[in-house]
Design a protein around this ligand. Structure first.
Ligand code: AKB
Length: 311
């Protein structure tokens, strides 16, 4: 087996996924990379910029890379602060990876899409795989365009690209950075540190979410699935649960009865309202037997248990 290169490995998902891939395939099989040095490096790490195609090409050649997990991106909330830079990093970064995929005969590529591809015209409840997707953020526009490029490279060049539309991801191992769903992680840190949280979304804003354990399992299962069964090379709809800030606060109160939440919505409220509330992920179930294991209650109790020592 060739090596796996992960681009953007310092992020919320990359940090945890890199560990899971090392456990599965062996420590020296995984080459992590990011634009910044990680705080606590583990295994092989190389500093790489996704816009620097030649340096990525050299790493592929030098290390015998035959799979790429391309996780580097600027997320929804941060993206709005610098739309053109976000477009450049999210779009050119992906095109560099797809081009190298063809040039270097990479066997498999993973591209994370997001619920940010949905927009005000998308059905809000049990959002189907296909429909009207007119995202309002530059991050969302880059992800839906990215999905289309993945589909194109698969059809045109036979590139084996696989992708999931991640909902908001909740995990105790790492912190999200610059997203709209970040509140669902921050709330646990607030609950354990000060028994309080000041939420930047309104209490009844329902969004699709997923626990990190399910994210990692879904990603590895999709990457290992029989390619002949995969009907989609754009992103697969995927979900673990859906809840509002009020509902997660109530769930936390079952463990920390004097937990208090306040609501002070900011610009992220508009982004959240443009997304959908719940997802129909039937295609993922049909094509690669996807099944989530964590609902709101199971996720909350595991988060509090695991985060307690860390915080
Ligand atoms: C964000 O909030 O921007 C991300 C996402 C849903 O892709 N967590």
């Amino acid at each position: 087996m060739g090596k796996i290169l992960m681009l953007g490995s310092n992020g919320q998902i990359g940090t945890v996924l890199a560990g899971a891939l090392r456990m599965k395939y062996g420590r020296d099989q995984i080459i992590c990379s990011d634009i910044r040095q990680p705080i606590s490096p583990e295994g092989i790490f190389l500093k790489l910029d996704v816009l620097d195609k030649d340096s990525i090409a050299k790493v592929i050649d030098d290390h015998g890379v035959d799979q790429i997990y391309h996780l580097a991106a600027i997320l929804s909330a941060s993206g709005e602060k610098n739309p053109l830079l976000t477009w450049q990093i999210n779009m050119q970064g992906l095109l560099n990876v797809l081009e190298l995929g063809v040039e270097k005969k990479i066997k498999k590529i993973f591209f994370p899409s997001s619920i940010a591809i949905y927009g005000p015209s998308t059905p809000k409840v049990r959002t189907p795989q296909f429909g009207s997707f007119m995202p309002t953020t530059v991050y969302g526009i880059s992800k839906i365009t990215g999905e289309m490029w993945c589909e194109y490279y698969h059809k045109r060049f036979g590139l084996d690209v696989r992708s999931i539309r991640y909902p908001g991801v909740i995990g105790w191992q790492s912190l999200p950075e610059g997203g709209t769903t970040d509140y669902a992680v921050e709330i646990f840190h607030g609950a354990l540190k000060s028994k309080s949280y000041n939420c930047f979304l309104k209490e009844n804003t329902r969004l699709p979410m997923i626990y990190m354990d399910d994210v990692i399992r879904a990603t590895i299962e999709l990457m290992e699935a029989d390619g002949k069964r995969l009907r989609l090379r754009s992103g697969y709809n995927l979900v673990g649960m859906s809840f509002t800030p009020k509902e997660i606060a109530e769930e936390i109160k079952k463990h920390i009865p004097d937990f208090k939440i306040e609501y002070n919505p900011d610009f992220r409220q508009n982004i959240a309202e443009s997304w959908t509330e719940s997802i129909n992920d039937q295609e993922a179930k049909d094509d690669w037997d996807w099944k989530p294991q964590y609902d709101l209650a199971a996720m909350t109790s595991d988060m509090l248990k695991m985060l307690k020592d860390k915080v």
